[in-house]
Design a protein around this ligand. Structure first.
Ligand code: FAD
Ligand code: SIN
Length: 532
């Protein structure tokens, strides 16, 4: 198959870009690939909302910029922060013009929520299901574009570069180029090649590398792993954001339900099992301190009290208002016997967001020619060492727009590469035991949660490294012998991502933002971005 524009991923980053290139080039073909259902994305699960300076009477660009920089703990790229904050407002207005609805006051102004690290109320939201509303809006808009083809259940295996034409490609090869991708089409059960002029990687996050995560099953870091294999640049992978308040349900691991930070923005208070509102002991901003601080405080309280959770107390909050803003959370809690007006909600931190990823410039270019990246798989320089809440949906829209503008400059001068060989599956056979993959996945999640979680040290990182080596060796051996499947490829990708997280963590000889290493308790001179 040939397509002018290839989009890997159907979350906010992929769909925003696809809409724009399709509308700007009605004569060109746009193909979106997604590995399961089109709406099964991190985007769909976003709760709190999207940060934007919409109320200039009380807020300002400079305040949002400052909040983002403070949260990023010295590692944000100021120019990128300014771009996102300033251009973000236009992107939000565009989304509204496509049909997205955000909650409003009776007078017609937006109801703006507050989250950790924000000095003002600036979070637009659609109740507590903002991501679902965005995904709905974008998928409906996509359906109206006749030059867009969206293919579900199409698993991208690898990015095609000169390596597949038989050339030696290393990190120092200049002008590595992307010619398209190999996919495992789960509809036809065949491995196919899709040749593209320009590709956008919008493959999302990697929370599934950990045992407990707010991310759905699709978030296995495939995009980052593919670019790393293709010898592209990856940065800042040590900065994994743990959301402080995932709902704790005994026995439930994998995909935890989120209790949005907006609940604390509306007055929710964290308490330990003794009932103490402990956040005041950790930060003057108390429950609304940036996420790295709140997650570490909870981790510390859990260790002190020997519990697997702390509590979020909403009992004092106005019940009617709670129901209006958080109907989904209310219903979920009730479904497991928690009435938030009477009971406290058990919560614990869970892996939530990858601040690092595929390194991009201010127009979304990666280090690989004709390959752009946007959304959670990209590292634009916005988040630094700790993402400010509700900045990621904004970032995705801004960089998908910028990638579209840059792609418009290039598209007419790029030609299809007609020499791409078929996928080589020689020597592989059907697997006897898929259980080997499942077992390795369990081990991976456990070792990452035990040794590379919220609080790290050198010995733990070394342990993680040694165990990863073994998993890597065993999985590569399987990969050489058995037919590819999403399960095998995801495991392989997650091992690569885990390696990148551990390696970056080892390179950073300081504690900063989300990376807290007890062997380097003090922040010294800032080590700049870790690039692999
Ligand atoms: P995603 O929306 O995750 O989409 C990834 C796409 O890539 C999917 O379509 C997937 O199928 C596809 N894909 C991946 N690998 C492959 C492959 N190998 N082959 C084919 N397709 C592939 N951010 C905010 O700003 N505000 C919030 O309120 C907020 N709340 C959140 C709540 C939760 C529970 C979670 C999990 C995240 C939240 N975030 C929030 C973060 C934000 O939702 C994500 O960072 C953002 O939606 C990522 O968008 P994306 O387009 O980059 O990726
Ligand atoms: C939340 O609603 O707490 C998540 C917001 C985010 O991750 O940006």
């Amino acid at each position: 198959m040939q397509t002018d524009f290839l989009v890997i991923g159907s979350g906010i980053a992929g769909l925003t870009y696809a809409l724009k290139v399709a509308e700007a080039c009605p004569g060109k073909k746009v193909t979106i690939l997604t590995k399961t259902q089109s709406d099964e994305t991190n985007t769909k699960y976003a709760q709190g909302g999207i940060a934007g300076v919409m109320d200039l009477d009380h807020d300002s660009f400079s305040k949002h910029i400052e909040d983002t920089l403070i949260s990023g703990d010295g590692l944000c790229n100021r120019r990128i922060v300014e771009i996102v904050v300033k251009e973000g407002v236009q992107r939000i207005e565009e989304l509204i013009s496509w049909g997205a609805e955000f909650d409003k006051e009776p007078e017609g102004d937006f109801k703006l929520g507050k989250e950790g690290g924000h000095s003002e109320n600036r979070i637009l939201h659609h109740k507590d299901i903002t991501g679902k509303e965005m995904e709905r809006t974008l998928l409906e808009a996509i359906k109206k574009c006749s030059n867009i083809q969206l293919i579900n259940h199409c698993f991208v295996l690898d990015i095609i570069t000169q390596h597949h034409l038989g050339y030696l490609v290393t990190k120092s090869t200049p002008d590595i180029e992307c010619y398209g991708v190999y996919v495992l089409n789960l509809n036809s059960k065949k491995i196919e090649k899709i040749v593209a002029k320009i590709s956008l990687l919008a493959a999302g996050g990697n929370g599934q590398v950990y045992r407990s995560t707010t991310n759905p099953a699709i978030a296995t870091g495939d995009g980052v792993a593919m670019v790393y294999r293709a010898k592209g640049r990856i940065e800042n992978m040590e900065f994994i954001q743990f959301h402080p308040t995932a709902l704790y349900e005994a026995g439930i691991r994998g995909h935890s339900f989120l209790i949005t930070e907006a609940v604390r923005g509306d007055g929710g208070i964290l308490r330990n099992p003794k009932g103490e509102a402990f956040m005041e002991r950790y930060d003057v901003r108390k429950d609304l301190a940036p996420r790295d601080i709140v997650a570490r405080a909870i981790d510390s309280e859990m260790k002190i009290n020997g519990t697997e959770f702390v509590y979020l107390d909403c009992r004092h909050m106005d019940h009617e208002k709670f129901l209006e803003h958080f109907p989904n959370i209310y219903a979920k809690c009730l479904s497991i016997g928690i009435d938030v007006s009477k009971d406290m909600i058990p919560v614990s931190p869970a892996a939530h967001y990858s601040c690092g990823g595929v390194k991009t410039d201010e127009w979304g270019h990666t280090s690989i020619k004709n390959l752009f990246a946007s959304g959670e798989c990209a590292s634009t320089g916005l988040h630094g060492a700790n993402r400010l809440a509700s900045n990621s949906l904004l970032e995705a829209m801004v960089f998908s727009h910028r990638s579209y503008l840059a792609a418009m400059q290039d598209i007419e001068s790029i030609f299809f590469n007609d020499h791409i060989p078929d996928w080589n599956a020689a020597g592989t056979t059907a697997p006897n035991e898929m259980i080997l993959i499942t077992q390795s996945l369990k081990e991976l999640k456990l070792l990452m949660s035990d040794y590379v979680g919220i609080v790290r040290n050198n010995e733990r990182l070394q342990r993680a490294n040694r165990r990863l080596d073994l998993l890597h060796e065993e999985t590569e051996s399987l990969y050489q012998r058995i037919e590819v499947s999403p399960q095998l490829c995801e495991l392989r990708n997650m091992i690569t991502v885990a390696y990148l997280i551990v390696k970056s963590a080892e390179l950073r000889k300081e504690s900063r933002g989300l990376h807290f290493n007890t062997d380097y308790p003090y922040q010294g001179e800032i080590l700049q971005n870790t690039i692999l």
